[in-house]
Design a protein around this ligand. Structure first.
Ligand code: NAP
Length: 351
């Protein structure tokens, strides 16, 4: 970190809700965590690559509907290929990483929790709030850990930013602005699939909803403009929302090209989390008194390793919920997505 005008402060202060490493409790316990994966597509590869950077954890078993890609995955990353999802649940793993497309997340999560496993589930955790409430009820009943795999809060940059703002505050953040729109995904990509509950809001917007909820609290009113594409899912949405502590301005899309930095504004200054802020490594804090603090925190292992390491620590500490990615945050994010989809008239099967 370079502070261009003042000596930098030690990153010692932190809040309970955003503790840095104390988040999961202890650390003498080096028990190995045996992971299973369901769904061996693109994000599962990144998870498996990241697992190599997580101490005392290994890929033990996996299953996907098609045997050949699952076997190729195991040949590359290790683990035993199971014959069925039930066989995966019974394979002796401690935790399941759900890396299928989102229409199947809730069913897999509930089955795994009921089987006594801890569950790290790709984003969006479920396709709507009602599904997520069911998953969380099972997590509580079975006393097993559940966490949505929302990666940004676990990156070194994000933690450093929290620590810096605790040490040298800018005041309460009152506006969050973030957006990302990525055109040109192939027609058969799950993002454009109505059947798999794709769409820009659940694929991309959910990261932005995380940022808004994390800094501003629960949404109170979500106003949305947007459009649906030929497959029936949303291809662009612009949201203006009132939260407990401020306003968020978000956009997400699959039909225009536009990425950018994220902006957090407060009375005492503003923060730019530089693109790609969803895999954050650089931020600039501009204080109202003229000081500028640059944060530069490269990440290793592809980035998913930080949430995975945190999740392993939570298991060892016997926790049922992450303090950095709590259940309420996931509920508030998906409530925003539900409200935005309702405004666009987008309902998925069974809704
Ligand atoms: N955290 C991140 O940075 C990040 C980035 C990208 C995507 N994601 C999320 O990760 C999830 C997967 O995305 P992806 O890009 O990896 O998709 P993908 O490449 O299409 O992979 C999905 C995998 O799941 C399997 N699958 C799909 N439906 C299934 C079902 N009902 N039961 C069992 N297996 C099923 C597919 O293989 P079979 O058809 O052979 O079963 C495939 O291996 C999505 O929810 C997405 O939002 C997260």
């Amino acid at each position: 970190m370079t502070d261009t005008t003042t000596a930098s402060h030690a990153a010692s202060a932190h809040t309970t809700a955003h503790a840095t490493t104390a988040d999961a409790g202890s650390s003498q316990d080096n028990r190995e965590i045996r992971w299973g994966i369901v769904g061996t597509g693109r994000i599962a590869r990144r998870f498996a690559q990241g697992l190599a950077y997580v101490p005392h954890a290994r890929l033990a078993a996996l299953w996907s509907r098609r045997a050949q890609p699952a076997q190729a995955f195991a040949d590359e990353f290790g683990g035993t290929v199971c014959d069925s999802f039930d066989a995966l649940l019974a394979s002796g793993i401690d935790a399941l990483y759900i890396a299928t497309v989102q229409d199947s997340h809730a069913d897999y999560a509930i089955a795994a929790l009921q089987a006594g496993l801890h569950v790290l589930c790709e984003k969006p955790a479920t396709i709507n709030r009602a599904q997520l409430e069911r998953v969380l009820a099972v997590s509580r009943a079975s006393q097993r850990l559940f966490m949505e795999a929302m990666k940004p809060p676990f990156y070194p940059l994000y933690r450093k930013l929290r620590a810096q703002l605790a040490a040298e505050p800018i005041g309460e953040v009152g506006l969050v602005r973030a957006g990302c729109s990525v055109p040109g995904v192939p027609d058969d990509h799950p993002s454009l699939s109505f059947e798999h509950a794709g769409g820009a809001l659940l694929d991309i917007g959910i990261y932005e909803m995380f940022l808004a909820v994390d800094w501003l609290g629960a949404p109170r009113d979500v106003q949305t403009f947007g459009r649906l594409g030929p497959s029936g899912v949303d291809t662009f949405a612009s949201l203006n929302s009132q939260h407990e502590r401020g306003i968020s301005q978000l956009f997400c899309g699959l039909d225009l090209h536009g990425k950018g930095d994220a902006l957090l504004m407060a009375k005492g200054g503003h923060v730019t989390i530089h693109e790609p802020w969803w895999n954050p490594s650089r931020a600039t804090i501009r204080y109202a008194d003229g000081r500028v603090v640059e944060l530069d925190e490269p990440f290793e292992g592809g980035g998913l390793n930080y949430e995975t390491a945190h999740f392993c620590e939570l298991i060892r500490a016997g926790r049922l919920e992450s303090p950095l990615m709590p259940h309420d945050t996931s509920l508030q994010m998906i409530a925003m997505a539900d409200a935005a989809r309702a405004a666009l008239g987008l309902k998925f099967a069974g809704e």
